[in-house]
Design a protein around this ligand. Structure first.
Ligand code: ATP
Length: 419
């Protein structure tokens, strides 16, 4: 089965109310998208499954929802004010700007003139804003570029209120903002997006346990993405080499996915060591140590961070689920979502005498939004054949096969299949 094109995905998303371009009636705003009713349902289902697997079903995880705006010193200490930047180049001829590492700088991709770029300069990707009525150096804040720091600065609160024993994790789902130089590929690279992140703290004295924890968190990441229907064959494990890793990471494994526009990062896993807790402890003066009751030792835990981009997961799920079958008038498009993430689980409709043509159309419309079951109430339901009284047909989205199910068993039939 062929991959859909990005045009097919974007068009279906707009046509059927999954995702719209941001601020569309004003001509849009680059790098922003708005989720419509079906998109938000899909996204919420993915986030809820994530929360269930990583927070509710575990006893070692503490959920969080930190503020987007934080004290500017957080971002100075974390290294973002000084270093969260991408290399920017500008074409001297047409003034277009590009990320230097994403283009061949000998020729401008926009005006096609050669040798028009000067040297790259670092462009900080944080959105700056001011907090309060006074605009001065003290009122500067930023829209957070990652959710992670909201957890590091609450580490002490979790220790003080819950006294967790190592290893334990903090988890959060929330918005992040990056003023990307070149937003592109629909919701893959946007300026406002959502992350699901975990900061998992481990005892730094046992390297073997750290390595095992890293591996098991990687396995958990895979288990999650497979549970939302992403095919194993389209995933690639990338051990990020020295030199390419973020400054805080001792080891990073990215999971890349075969998007319609190529193999690109979907998720990350990074061993951040004690970099963040140390940096915040030093800058804030707060002690961010852990006291081991058994050995009576005090130390700074190390941290392993699994990170997921919600929007990239939505795009991966859509592109993997998009299936085309048949040709010409018989062609149909369906989204092969696992029932658990489908925005609508079942469509119930009546069948009337002159409706034979339309029921097919109704099925096609539901197929296109990935509804796994179509329930039809027909004349047999009303007792045309007495033995079928109070039964309905249930059509399966993928196979088109229809089952006759008693109304009293319908809830159980569907619940069983959408778990
Ligand atoms: P990239 O190299 O693609 O810019 P990154 O390595 O900077 O990504 P991280 O800082 O590791 O990304 O961010 C964690 C996750 O957040 C990524 O794996 C991705 O899923 C998501 N993400 C990052 N930037 C964006 C963006 N601009 N739009 C949508 N999702 C993003």
């Amino acid at each position: 089965m062929n991959q859909p094109t990005m045009e097919q995905i974007i068009s279906l998303c707009k046509r059927r109310g999954f995702i719209f371009p941001g601020s569309e009636i004003y001509g849009g705003l680059a790098g922003t998208y708005d989720y419509g009713p079906l998109g938000v349902a899909l996204k919420n289902n993915i986030k809820n499954l994530w929360w269930k697997q990583f927070v509710l079903d575990r006893t070692d995880m503490y959920g969080m929802d930190a503020s987007i705006l934080m004290n500017q010193n957080v971002w100075k200490a974390s290294g973002h004010v000084g270093g969260f930047s991408d290399p920017l180049v500008e074409c001297k001829n047409c003034k277009s700007r590009f990320r230097a590492d994403q283009i061949d700088a000998s020729k401008c991709p926009s005006c096609e003139k050669t040798e028009t770029f000067g040297p790259a300069r670092q462009f900080n990707m944080m959105f700056k804003t001011t907090v309060g009525a006074l605009e001065d150096a003290d009122s500067i804040s930023y829209l957070r570029p990652e959710t992670a720091q909201g957890m590091f600065v609450n580490f002490k609160n979790i220790l003080d209120t819950f006294s967790p024993k190592l290893p334990f994790g903090m988890a959060q789902i929330g918005k992040a903002f990056r003023n990307e130089i070149a937003p592109r590929d629909f919701i893959f690279r946007v300026r406002e997006f959502e992350q699901m992140e975990i900061e998992y703290f481990v005892d730094p004295r046992n390297e073997e346990v750290i390595n095992q924890t890293f591996e098991s968190l990687y396995e958990e990441q895979l288990r999650f993405i497979e549970s939302i229907g992403i095919s194993k064959e389209k995933l690639h494990k990338i051990e990020v080499p020295d030199g390419d890793r973020a400054h805080y990471s001792k080891r990073s494994v990215d999971t890349e996915f075969d998007f319609p526009f190529g193999q690109k990062e979907l998720l990350g896993l990074a061993y951040r060591t004690d970099y963040d807790l140390n940096a915040h402890s030093k800058a804030s003066g707060a002690s961010l140590d852990y006291f081991d009751e058994e050995t009576k030792e005090r130390f700074t835990p190390h941290c392993i961070e699994p990170t997921f981009g919600v929007d990239r997961l939505v795009l991966a799920v859509l592109s993997d689920a998009y299936k085309t079958e048949g040709e010409g008038d018989d062609a149909r498009v369906y989204l092969d979502f696992p029932p658990a993430i489908a925005p609508i689980k079942a469509c119930v409709s009546p069948l009337v005498w002159d409706d034979n043509g339309n029921v097919g159309k109704r099925y096609r419309r539901q197929d296109e939004i990935g509804t796994p079951f179509c329930v039809v109430v027909d004349f047999d339901t009303l007792g045309e054949h007495p033995e079928l009284l109070d039964t309905v047909t249930v059509r399966d989205r993928n196979t088109g096969k229809q089952d006759r199910v008693a109304i009293k068993d319908l809830e159980a039939y569907i619940s069983e299949r959408v778990k």
